[in-house]
Write a protein that binds this ligand. Structure first.
Ligand code: 5GP
Ligand code: MN
Length: 320
């Protein structure tokens, strides 16, 4: 059983590095910090490396100990959480150099780039996989670990609203609540709190939102200049893609964010709840991926070119 092998590898290792995907979201951060606590409980020396740590999650246990710079060394074991491909892994050099490599993830598009891969594409969050692992290993989930895990579950399920949510998700949350995890506080912090810059970007993006393909596609964008103008920090673009998701008739919401250094735009795509469109398939055309209802990619070109490429890809793949 893969979970037995994972525990065996952890027990054999002394120095372990925990890595996750670039531009990390709540599930990436929650999984990394939960894994950090679990490994410490097992008596390991752990480094968590995340080069861009969003301020929203700095309330989580040991967030202040996360390493923001990649310092090349050889770890006994590298564990990647919530990351579908080696290419997207923040600190991939450390993963490649590590003596042993484990991947734990919930993306259907995972390329199985570890030596041991524990991938469950139906899990609503990577954090929920960790909860199952702890149960299997008979390790108690304390309030700190539970808070990290709940952060990933709440963010990746959009606050328990996505169809990926199962009875177990609620049962697990109820158990955490009984133990003393402040579910309401975490919910408000990770989903209902905005920085001023985030609000300003939402305002700009709302103003620019346009409807394409007979109103089935909503498109908006943010430039690097916008981000400078509002003094945006990393993570302040969160939530923009969700703006149009619930608008009547919209099946696919597209948000693109300028990446001047790459002469490209980072694309975020969401499908509405009742749409048959698979946005992961659309993003795959550009070398990206994700989940059927939430995916992303990097698309080269200026704004007009990128918009046109995306519309063409939607026409080709989505059949909306
Ligand atoms: P977001 O739009 O929130 O950045 O990402 C939505 C989902 O798509 C997440 O599961 C994220 O991991 C995935 N995703 C975003 N960008 C990329 C990308 O460039 N490549 C791949 N493979 N997945 C991505
Ligand atoms: Mn995730």
């Amino acid at each position: 059983m893969t979970l037995d092998n994972i525990l065996e590898e952890i027990k054999k290792a002394e120095n372990i590095v925990v890595l996750t995907h670039e531009t990390p979201d709540g599930d990436a951060i929650g999984s990394s910090l939960a894994m950090n606590l679990i490994l410490q409980k097992l008596g390991k020396n752990v480094d968590v490396v995340i080069t861009q740590f969003p301020k929203t999650f700095s309330f989580l246990p040991q967030a202040e100990d996360v390493k923001n710079e990649i310092e090349i060394k050889t770890y006994d074991l590298a564990i990647s959480v919530d990351c579908a491909t080696l290419n997207r892994l923040d600190g991939k050099e450390l993963f490649e150099k590590a003596k042993r490599k484990i991947v734990i993830d919930h993306h259907g598009s995972n390329t199985m780039y570890g030596e041991i891969n524990y991938v469950n594409p139906v899990a609503p969050a990577c954090c929920e996989i960790l909860a199952g692992m702890l149960e299997y290993w008979d390790i108690d989930i304390d309030i700190d670990t539970g808070s990290c895990i709940l952060t990933g579950i709440i963010t990746d399920t959009g606050g328990f609203k996505h169809s990926s949510v199962t009875a177990e998700t609620f049962e697990f949350t109820a158990e955490l609540l009984r133990k003393g995890v402040n579910v309401s506080d975490i919910y408000y912090r990770v989903l209902e709190t905005k920085t001023k810059a985030n609000f300003e970007l939402l305002r700009i993006a709302t103003d620019r939102l346009e409807f394409l393909e007979d109103g089935k596609v909503a498109f908006t964008y943010i430039t690097e200049k916008d981000m400078k103008d509002v003094n945006a920090q990393f993570g302040d673009h969160e939530g923009i893609v969700e703006l149009a998701r619930g608008i009547e008739g919209v099946e696919i919401s597209v948000f693109v964010r300028e990446r001047e250094d790459e002469k490209a735009f980072k694309v975020s795509m969401r499908a509405s709840n009742n749409s048959k469109a698979n946005v992961s398939d659309i993003c795959y055309i550009f070398g990206g991926g994700g989940h059927p209802k939430a995916a992303g990619a990097l698309v080269k070109g200026n704004l007009e070119e990128v918009k046109e490429k995306i519309v063409q890809a939607i026409r080709k793949v989505a059949k909306i």
